[in-house]
Design a protein around this ligand. Sequence first.
Ligand SMILES: [Zn+2]
Length: 296
Amino acid sequence: MKSKFSLVYLLLLFFTLLVLSGCGIKSVTKDQNKIGSEKEQSSSITQLSEPIEKKPITTQPVRQETQVIFPENPKITAIPVLYYHSIAVEKGNELRIPPDQFESQMNYLHSNGYSTISMDQFYEFMNGTKRLPDKPILITFDDGYQDNYSNAYPILKKYGFTATVFMVSNFVNGSGFMNSTELKELIANGWNIEGHTANHLDLSTLTGASMSPEISEAKNKLEQITGKEVKYFAYPYGKYNDEIIKSLKLAGYKMAFSTERGWAKDGRNIMLVNRVYCYTDMGMNEFVRRLQNPSY
Ligand SMILES: [Zn+2]
């Protein structure tokens, strides 16, 4: 009995340490469709404080229907791609970031001269074209939670920022998720709505024909809803393999985002773009640290 108890205790201690160390376990919850299972795949999170860069004097580009063309900026070799899920309050769920924390982060970006770029501009960067503002950043949201529209959008708009939503096509108009009118309004205001499968399934569990509804049919459906071509993709749960990548390319996806940590570096595999994970209570020091070092 005693040794059994000790084993249970040791296991509990082990898992507690794993959680505390921010270990990149690909957690699969009871309900895979719900928030809470798309944390970064990473090593430990260390708390380091680095000096904050001084605010440069920049001129904000004027947003137009057509993209702003920046001069060549060859010194930029990596761009942080932030990824969020929900901007709302829910205690104990690190994927729902309270609006005030999100606002502080956006305020920091704005005060420090960052400019959000579009997905197409980012795609061109990954292919070697460096027509970019001095401090480019890409902001992304996975799944398509309704609060992306009601909470995140007004904050981003206030700072002149835009973002991308990786939308699960069958979640559109669903409870807790954005509806088609909201998605269209975001697009009209410079946002991108891109692919994140039809049902938020772990694609690595599917093969051949069963993948098609999640990849090509989901892409078509999202295009019908938004009236815009869907060219980019994010892997649910960060899961991918060669067959998934092949299917994405066949369906017409040009670029795909993982949940692996680090900035997106030009010349790297365009079907496995790294992202910078943002989570509840990460604190401004950690947020800033992730914006200081491409390999944080
Ligand atoms: Zn997701």
